[in-house]
Design a protein around this ligand. Structure first.
Ligand SMILES: N[C@@H](CCC[C@H](N)C(=O)O)C(=O)O
Length: 292
């Protein structure tokens, strides 16, 4: 029997998501279903899916239910699972606000990368959303990334999910990014990697392009902007832990701008917009046929 399944479409700096509200975790989303939803021609279209589930109803988040009522079950557009999505968590919070589950103010969201604290500014103050993204883990190991005949040294930064940050002379050097950049050594990223290409725009102001694991080139990556801000700060000789002063970078992405602050205790805050674009429903029959 065909049933109607509600969805919404949203984006954060044009990193776009299909949102599936499913408080009781009643909807099965195998990888092929996620890929069908994210298909930009035959499906709804998106870089990923935000499956909105109460933590108590999800086996991966039940243990976090006392800390965070909601779990962001994030999936990449190819159906693979990722630990964290920075733009996604802002859009997730915006959805909860849009649906009337929460108002402006503070919220805790469970993710596979731990519980994230979220602050939604009041509409009259611009409505932007700030997320406590946790600490960056930098590996000192040498990593390189390459595209066609260009090769760059990169910094291995983990923001819950893996990143390789390469400073380049010009963002066009990354080419069309239809294929994933190559990286070395393979052991640095056993589960694949998100690769950021970065140029300077001014003091504490950079711009980047990103090739995301499981999605291809996207117009923004929130965890990527955090990785880039930390990599740029270290390159510029700035370490909040050493000076006791927070450091803020503005990171331009193809789809907008995010502001990233690293505090002396290493905690990173990301601030940016989140938009709900549309809502609708599809027939379960369509999804079943699409993945058959
Ligand atoms: N777009 C995201 C990151 C999504 C997950 C990533 N593709 C991965 O596989 O780690 C963001 O805004 O952080």
């Amino acid at each position: 029997m065909s049933t109607r399944i509600a969805f919404l479409k949203g984006h954060g700096t044009e990193n776009d998501f299909v949102i599936i509200p499913d408080p009781d975790n009643a909807i099965e989303l195998p990888p092929a279903a996620v890929a069908a939803l994210c298909d930009r021609r035959a499906g709804i279209g998106g870089d990923g899916v935000l499956h909105v589930v109460r933590s108590a109803a999800h086996p991966e988040a039940r243990h976090l239910a006392d800390e965070a009522e909601w779990f962001m079950d994030y999936r990449n557009g190819d159906g693979s699972i990722a630990e964290m999505c920075g733009n996604g968590v802002r859009v997730f919070a915006r959805y909860l606000q849009h649906a009337g589950h929460i108002g402006a103010g503070d919220l805790a969201v469970a993710t596979r990368g731990g519980v994230k604290t979220v602050h939604i500014a009041k509409a009259e103050s611009g409505g932007e959303i700030t997320v406590g993204m946790g600490k960056a883990r930098l590996s000192g190991d040498d990593v390189t990334v390459s595209v066609a005949d260009h090769e760059w040294p990169a910094l291995n930064v983990n923001m819950g999910n893996p990143h390789a940050v390469a400073f380049v002379d010009d963002l066009s050097q990354a080419g069309n990014l239809y294929a994933p950049p190559l990286f070395s050594p393979a052991a640095a990223y056993p589960d694949g990697v998100n690769v950021e290409f970065v140029v300077d725009r001014g003091p504490r102001h950079v711009a980047m392009r990103v090739h995301e694991r499981g999605a291809g080139e996207t117009r923004s990556c929130g965890t990527g902007t955090c990785a880039v801000a930390v990599a740029a700060a270290r390159r510029d000789g700035l370490d909040p832990a050493a000076t006791g002063a927070p450091v803020t970078y503005t990171v331009d992405v193809l789809g907008g701008r995010l502001v990233i602050t690293e505090r002396p205790d290493g905690e990173i805050e990301m601030t940016g917009p989140a938009v709900i674009v549309a809502e609708g429903e599809f027939a379960s029959e369509w999804l079943e046929t699409a993945i058959a």
